[in-house]
Design a protein around this ligand. Structure first.
Ligand code: GDP
Length: 424
């Protein structure tokens, strides 16, 4: 038995979903260990095309146990909607193959509302939040005001926690944001309506994973977002509110003694970033437009156009180390096929000095990209399934990146479909 984490190396949207979908049938348990419905994995397979915001990507494999771990935050209504969409496409979702940790936190309608009010209050200084309530719920978690999913099975506890939460929130909402107070009964009814459908899925994740380990089952940990969005090690405060790094996977799964044996870090053949924050070498004009259109770079959760740049070696090397990646998967290399030559950001220039490390966030604004340019291949590579079938220029590009990043690029993805993958 060996456990594996599939994680993002950069700013998110690296194509983790397609990698997780590819690996999912090799693992008996797939766990989402952090985050909520603020990001989305896009998965294309025999059932269709899906943006999975909350559901673990193993959900398409009927024998796989899919778990939303203790570190996840769950918008009850959103999850119900996702389940319905997949069921309508013929995917089997039952209390046996979808589990939710009783320790995961509930996202209530007050959380997206607060997210929006706070972004509006900040005006031009806004974080570029997805407004799905993620920072308010994690804030509540650490203020010890949030409600855990297990309370759905303990009505007395639910009512008592909800009362305390609403009293406190109303203090903030009325005095801080000038809003009308929220109504306890309405929120309780909302919880009962949507939470009622999820009750059969709630479990003791510790016991589930402990038993899975004892039975020799292998676990895949699935992250959303990327290392540079990690709240502790990313470009704070332009980060998520949780830890997408693989070191957090056992903690966020619900069974902190599980070991992560392998870490596949997913990185894209160029850079993209959604939301605010420093992004060295951000392209504009025609170059940005052409790359964004070639890669269809619009957010899976929000439809927002993504900011684009060339492959960034300092950022990717840092992300690879943060993730403790044992191998990398390079995705969307097919997108670069239109280019005569391909710039790669190999270092940054900071205050006249060339640096190859990823600096403290405040310094990133003063960094300029230093490029080296490689020849393009100018042909369709999306049908290649073997390393040798790639043109030499494409192989050289991959080898150049892996040497500079200092981690083996074992997987090269040339299309969104499950089989459009080269394994080296
Ligand atoms: P994730 O959150 O990391 O899973 O990334 P997203 O799902 O937001 O973005 C990845 C997008 O790229 C999805 O639409 C995928 O279907 C698509 N994709 C993934 N790998 C490839 C690839 O190798 N080539 C192309 N052309 N598209 C890909």
């Amino acid at each position: 038995m060996s456990n594996c984490a599939i994680v993002g190396i950069n700013w998110g949207d690296e194509g983790k979903g397609r990698m997780v979908d590819y690996f999912a049938d090799q693992y008996q348990v797939v766990v989402r260990y952090q985050g909520g419905n603020n990001a989305g994995h896009t998965v294309i397979n025999e059932y269709g095309k899906f943006a999975l915001n909350l559901l673990p990507s193993g959900i398409f494999h009927p024998e796989t146990i899919n778990l939303l771990g203790a570190g996840a935050v769950v918008d009850l209504k959103h999850l119900c909607g996702e389940i319905e969409k997949l069921r309508a496409a013929g995917v089997k979702i039952t209390p046996e193959n979808l589990k939710i940790s009783d320790r995961a936190m509930m996202v209530l309608p007050i959380h997206p509302a607060q997210d929006q009010w706070e972004e509006e209050r900040l005006g031009k200084e806004a974080y570029g939040s997805t407004r799905r309530g993620i920072s308010p719920i994690y804030g509540d978690k650490y203020m010890k005001k949030a409600i855990q999913m297990g309370d759905l099975l303990h009505p007395e506890s639910l009512r008592a926690h909800l009362k305390k939460l609403i009293d406190w929130k109303n203090t903030v909402f009325v005095a801080g944001y000038g809003q009308q107070p929220v109504n306890y009964d309405e929120i309780l009814e909302w919880i009962e309506t949507w939470g009622g459908k999820l009750k059969p899925h709630i479990c003791d994740a510790f016991a589930l994973l402990e038993a899975a380990q004892a039975a020799g089952k292998s676990v895949m940990f699935e992250a959303q977002l990327g290392a540079l969005r990690d709240i502790d090690y990313g470009i704070y405060p332009y980060t998520s509110s949780s830890n997408p790094i693989s070191a957090y996977a056992p903690v966020g799964s619900g069974c902190p003694f599980l070991k992560v044996d392998e870490v596949v870090g997913v990185t894209k053949a160029y850079s993209t970033c959604v939301g605010e924050g420093p992004f060295v070498g951000e392209l504009d004009g025609d170059a940005a437009h052409d790359l964004r259109e070639a890669g269809a770079e619009y957010g899976a959760a929000t439809g927002r156009p993504r900011r684009v740049a060339w492959f960034d070696i300092p950022a990717t090397r840092y992300g690879t180390k943060l993730q403790a990646a044992t191998a990398l998967a390079l995705t969307k290399i097919d997108v670069l096929s239109y280019l005569d030559e391909i710039p790669v950001c190999v270092a940054y220039k900071l205050n006249g000095e060339i640096i190859d490390r990823f600096p403290y966030t405040a310094d990133l604004d003063d960094c300029e990209p230093v490029y080296e340019t490689l020849p393009g291949w100018k042909c369709d590579i999306s049908k290649a399934r073997m390393w040798e079938e790639l043109p030499k220029a494409a192989r050289d590009y991959v080898e150049f990146l892996e040497e500079r990043v200092d981690c083996r690029m074992k997987y090269v993805s040339v299309g969104p479909e499950r089989e459009a993958l080269i394994i080296r």
